[in-house]
Design a protein around this ligand. Structure first.
Ligand SMILES: Nc1ncnc2c1ncn2[C@@H]1O[C@H](COP(=O)(O)OP(=O)(O)OP(=O)(O)O)[C@@H](O)[C@H]1O
Ligand SMILES: [Mg+2]
Length: 507
């Protein structure tokens, strides 16, 4: 097997069901994206595991979400179970070696892996609006909020920063409307309430610092294998919108941060997007368009994106057209929609005269798939009925003890575990409000002659007066300036936002 230029996926079979040949994914086309589809229990997760193993062995780091916890076994050595050994023989995988892979566990909630965080600023107005399912009018207000934050040097790190900014905006609604267009108190209020819901769903953990460094997903081991980052997504799936928004954010971060590299011998990173339908379900058209754009352009950054979903109809056509490497497991064809899906899935393949694609899709066994990978010149190969090879790592979940051990020994242990709450919009606005209050109190005191004694001409020296508060303001101003600097933009220059509205970091 040429593990250095391709990944062995399984063996295709002749019409009489005998062995035909090895089916492989060519690493040089690994960034031309892919698709794994099939009904429940047909073998999608195992196919994902097999591909992830292959990429890791080739030195390509992998990021994947573990929806049911059953992908976590990739961190452990496989075992010679009868049905796996039998499958290995069928596909002529000889020797059938067992391996454990260098896994880094991640978890947005910080329970089953290292916490992953992003700042509100990095998320940007488009994705925040999508996450909160805002109306168009509310999204307009969200855009204005981000603009004000940028202009006034208010750093948006966590949910309370956004909450306090919105409260501040509500207070200044009239003034801001005059400057930016419609900012109504009810629409700000509606956004504030949605934020509370988001918070109650546990999203507060996700927003803040230390934010994920993309470089930590790009690690390799000393023996040249790519890290497999496994995101615990079982709990996350209860908030599908957070799940989808998070993965979109990650994809846009990769897009913004990685340099242009053109076509390489193998990808720089491969990203598996399980339950991919969640990305597109009731997503506004602009978002679908942007996703399509990111998927198209991220290729030249050496990133391969593999969508995993039950039904190919879940993926918009424009995106589907860009997914070159395909593994189609069995689909059922009882309802008209299912029959439509089967036909669509069948039509996307380059036909094989040996069999009828649509019929085959409904007859595939578990762990069997119609496979078409890109071959020479990036052309899709003729579709083949393929038995997928068994994984080298464990099939099924890891135990909590095993997971704890891996987390403790991880290369990022200790880096993300503690949240850091540095000075940002919340603290700055609090300080501003307090300064304003102080100033007012002092003015009142002076007006009402709160201090009975005075030395004419020496007010300033004695007074609890204007001076102190102006000192404080200076401190606050300094903080604003340092914050603006730390955002990576020079003072006074508008902050640049990338393709999905996320912050494009200074390069
Ligand atoms: N390539 C394979 N080799 C050996 N066994 C396999 C293979 N693929 C699938 N199986 C068997 O089928 C079972 C179900 O596969 P898998 O979990 O991948 O399905 P799935 O499509 O991900 O299902 P779901 O939609 O419910 O997540 C596996 O637990 C395993 O026993
Ligand atoms: Mg699965």
């Amino acid at each position: 097997m040429a593990e250095d230029t391709s990944i062995f996926i399984g063996a295709s079979r002749k019409p009489d069901d005998s062995y035909q040949r090895a089916e492989e994914l060519l690493l040089r086309y690994g960034n031309r994206h892919g698709l794994i589809t099939g009904a429940t229990g047909t073998g999608k997760t195992v196919s994902l595991q097999v591909l992830a193993e292959g990429f890791s062995n080739a030195g390509v780091p992998v990021f994947c979400a573990d929806i049911k916890g059953d992908l976590s076994g990739i961190a452990m050595m496989g075992e010679a179970k009868d049905f796996l050994v039998k499958r290995a023989e069928q596909v002529k995988l000889d020797p059938y070696r067992f391996q454990e892979f260098p896994v880094i566990f991640w978890d947005l909630f910080g329970e089953q892996g290292h916490p992953i965080r992003a700042t509100i600023s990095e998320m940007g107005p488009l994705l925040m609006s999508r996450l909160m399912n805002l109306t168009e009018a509310q999204e307009g207000v969200m855009n204005i909020a981000f603009r004000i934050a940028d202009e006034e040097g208010l750093l948006l790190l966590d949910l309370k920063d956004l909450q306090s900014l919105l409260a501040n905006i509500a207070e200044r609604a009239d003034e801001l409307s005059a400057r930016y267009g419609n900012v109504t108190k009810p629409s700000v209020g509606a956004i504030q309430r949605t934020l509370l819901v988001l918070e109650s769903q546990g999203a507060a953990n996700f927003f803040g610092e230390p934010a994920l460094r993309i470089a930590d997903l790009m690690r390799t081991t000393r023996d040249g294998r790519g890290a497999v980052s496994v995101l615990a997504a079982d709990k996350l799936m209860m908030n599908p919108r957070l799940y989808a928004t998070f993965l979109l954010w990650l994809m846009s971060e990769l897009f913004e941060e990685l340099p242009e590299v053109g076509d390489l011998d193998q990808p720089k990173l491969v990203f598996f997007f399980d339950e991919a339908h969640l990305l597109f379900e009731d997503a506004p058209k602009v978002l679908v368009d942007r996703v399509e754009q990111v998927v198209r352009l991220i290729r030249s950054k050496g990133v391969g994106v593999y969508f995993v979903t039950q039904n190919p109809l879940d993926i918009p056509e424009k995106v589907l057209a860009q997914l070159g490497n395909r593994v189609q497991h069995a689909l059922r064809a009882y309802t008209p929609r299912e029959q439509q899906a089967v036909r669509t899935a069948a039509e996307t393949f380059r036909p094989n005269p040996d069999f009828d694609c649509a019929t085959a899709i409904t007859q595939l066994a578990t762990g069997e798939a119609l496979v078409s990978m890109l071959e020479d010149k990036g052309v899709p190969a003729m579709v083949q009925r393929t038995l997928i090879r068994p994984p080298s790592s464990r099939l099924g979940p890891i135990t909590p003890d095993e997971r704890r051990k891996i987390i403790a020994e991880s290369p990022v242990a200790g880096q993300y575990d503690q949240a850091v709450d540095r000075e940002s919009a919340f603290e700055m606005l609090q300080k501003k409000a307090k300064d304003a209050q102080d100033a007012e109190a002092q003015a009142q005191q002076q007006n009402s002659g709160g201090s009975r004694w005075t030395i004419p001409g020496f007010d300033d020296v004695l007074g609890t007066s204007g001076r102190r508060s102006s000192n404080r303001q200076t401190v606050a101003e300094a903080a604003i300036k340092s914050v603006v600097r730390s955002v990576g933009s020079s003072v006074g220059r508008a902050i640049v936002r990338g393709i999905l509205g996320s912050l494009a970091r200074g390069r």
